[in-house]
Design a protein around this ligand. Structure first.
Ligand code: NAD
Length: 516
């Protein structure tokens, strides 16, 4: 079986959830078949303004309804995501071209992020007392209030999980949302939003718009009291500047050139299987997947052949079931970019250890998982993100050389260490400059740990999603402090003169007592 189980009636029902009144549509191609999947209605800047205004109105009562109400609604949404998983899996596979297994990762992550934020929001954001600056004389309390409206811009590659990891905490914290979905992921996120609205999230609270990145994306960025952007470093830089121009805070989840270090104490076969998954999940169209492998010389002659053999054995296909290992690229632009990186590397002397070719007989945009050796700094794939199924393997002489090579990048999103020893893996992990490091996994250990922050350093981003950090970004802290009246603070020069010795004694005492 291949292609799509989504019928015209399904796509029409889903796109009716968009705020889009231009009357214009854009044809979306299904990557598995090359056919037009549906005509996506296009929004106008006025639609964004209308969706934002409606979400602001809905937000007031959503916040007033309280923590327990939001928790119960979001837990129901979690249950509906699981109940309706077959539709979600079909939508994700059909729109993005990924395998059923990787589509399932999206459903898993979306449900986990929804559950986590439903259950964690009150604990993280309930506020409470802090220490007053002078014991017994000053008291302080913190209150968290939602930002109001969060503008969310999402890419096509993980249309469910990347959106829900930003939107579930926004809703749990009491905000409204206006989201720009990517053309190639709109059906998937509209199907997920239906789970939330059927669970009790007011329709207007979470508006979704679609259309041109520049026009509609900018309108979303201009509408929010906070902006969550996921996409390329080039676009993210512009979005962060635009938000900062209004003094609106933002989180930027951007690109990567993620390294994996293979230490010389690994089981080569197991390491080869783990590396192949970490590199070629979603055909490498995953911000946190691996594009550089540094393998220690002591294991290189056993790991590299095992890795090449494992990669060559991966099954490519378009089936809407669990029979395939690697799916399609999502668009022609992706195909052109990936083939340009492979052709450039080969022309400049790289050695192809596995793959290297497009596979149009399987599907229009299929490319074999490709392993390259002898990659040098003149080649595009050396330092630039390919965002496709291409990995460069380099042999290094020592752990220190592997760490230096891994850190020698403008990016710092994710990294991986494969080792037979967890403590040795940890020692290396602590020296890697990345927002996340996975030991004996490519990306799923951190990606699936929704209680822990996720994000990038250097050109890979700003801010964090997931964990308490992912909730706190969506709230403003107000400190309410008071003078108890036990001691009048000095207001005149004479009062300062009288009280200064006591204040100095107090500071020294607090220091001795190590009171924070
Ligand atoms: P992209 O930057 O081209 O587009 C991302 C989204 O931004 C799309 O919805 C697009 O329409 C919109 N957009 C485009 N121009 C805009 C503008 N001027 N203002 C506002 N929005 C605009 O990225 P892409 O090609 O869709 O996604 C691939 C990139 O995203 C890769 O670099 C990948 O590493 C990165 N990514 C990062 C993460 C992460 O969590 N760090 C996750 C997934 C993808």
């Amino acid at each position: 079986m291949s292609g799509t189980t989504l019928q015209r009636a399904d796509t029409d029902a889903l796109t009716s959830g968009l705020t889009a009144t231009s009357g214009r549509t854009r044809a979306v191609i299904a990557p598995f078949t090359g056919d037009v999947l549906h005509e996506l209605p296009i929004s106008t800047a006025q639609d964004v303004a209308d969706a934002a205004a409606a979400a602001r109105v809905a937000q007031a009562s959503w916040w007033a309804a309280g923590w327990a109400h939001r928790r119960e609604v979001l837990l129901r949404a979690h249950d509906l995501l699981l109940e309706r998983r077959e539709l979600l899996l079909d939508a994700v596979q059909t729109e993005t071209g990924k395998t059923r297994g990787q589509a399932f990762e999206e459903v898993f992550n979306s449900a986990a992020a929804t559950r986590y934020n439903a259950l964690a929001a009150h604990r993280v954001l309930r506020g409470g007392p802090r220490r007053g600056g002078i014991p017994l004389v000053l008291t302080a309390e913190v209150r968290y209030r939602p930002k109001g409206l969060v503008g969310v811009v999402t890419p096509w590659n993980y249309p469910l999980s990347l959106a829900i990891m930003d939107i579930a905490p926004a809703l749990a914290a009491g905000n409204g949302v206006v989201q720009k979905a990517d053309d190639q992921g709109a059906l998937s996120i509209l199907a997920a939003r239906r789970c939330f609205t059927d669970a009790g999230v007011p329709e207007a609270l979470w508006g979704i718009v679609a259309g041109d990145g520049e026009e509609i994306g900018n309108a979303v960025v201009d509408a929010g009291d906070y902006v969550s952007f996921t996409g390329s470093t080039a676009t993210g830089t512009k979005v962060a500047q635009r938000a900062a121009g209004r003094l609106v805070p933002s989180s930027m989840e951007l690109g990567g050139k993620n390294p994996m270090i293979v230490l010389d104490d690994v089981d080569p076969e197991k390491a080869a299987a783990d590396a192949a998954y970490g590199c070629f999940s979603a055909a490498g169209q995953l911000c946190v997947s691996m594009e550089r492998i540094y393998v220690l010389r002591g294991v290189a002659d056993r790991f590299i052949p095992a890795f090449a053999e494992r990669v060559a054995s991966l099954r490519l296909g378009t089936d809407l079931d669990y029979t395939t290992d690697v799916g399609s690229l999502a668009t022609k632009a992706q195909l052109d970019r990936v083939m340009a990186h492979i052709d450039d590397a080969v022309a400049k002397g790289a050695t192809v250890l596995a793959g290297g070719h497009a596979r149009p007989e399987i599907g229009l945009y299929f490319v074999e998982p490709t392993v390259l050796a002898d990659v040098t700094s003149e080649m595009q794939c050396f330092a630039h993100e390919t965002f496709g199924p291409v990995v460069a393997v380099t042999v290094v002489d020592s752990e220190a050389a592997a760490i230096a090579a891994a850190n020698d990048s403008e990016f710092g999103l994710n990294a991986s260490v494969l080792s037979g020893s967890r403590s040795r893996g940890m020692r290396v992990a602590e020296r890697l400059k990345a927002g996340s490091v996975n030991i004996n996994e490519g990306y799923r250990a951190s990606f699936g740990s929704v209680d822990a922050p996720m994000g990038g350093v250097k050109h890979s981003g700003l801010g964090r999603r997931n964990g308490a950090e992912g909730l706190l970004r969506y709230a403003d802290a107000t400190t309410i402090a008071s003078a108890t009246g036990l001691l009048q603070l000095p207001r005149t020069g004479a009062e300062f003169r009288a009280l200064t010795p006591a204040m100095l004694l107090l500071l020294r005492t607090l220091r001795v007592l190590r009171r924070r």
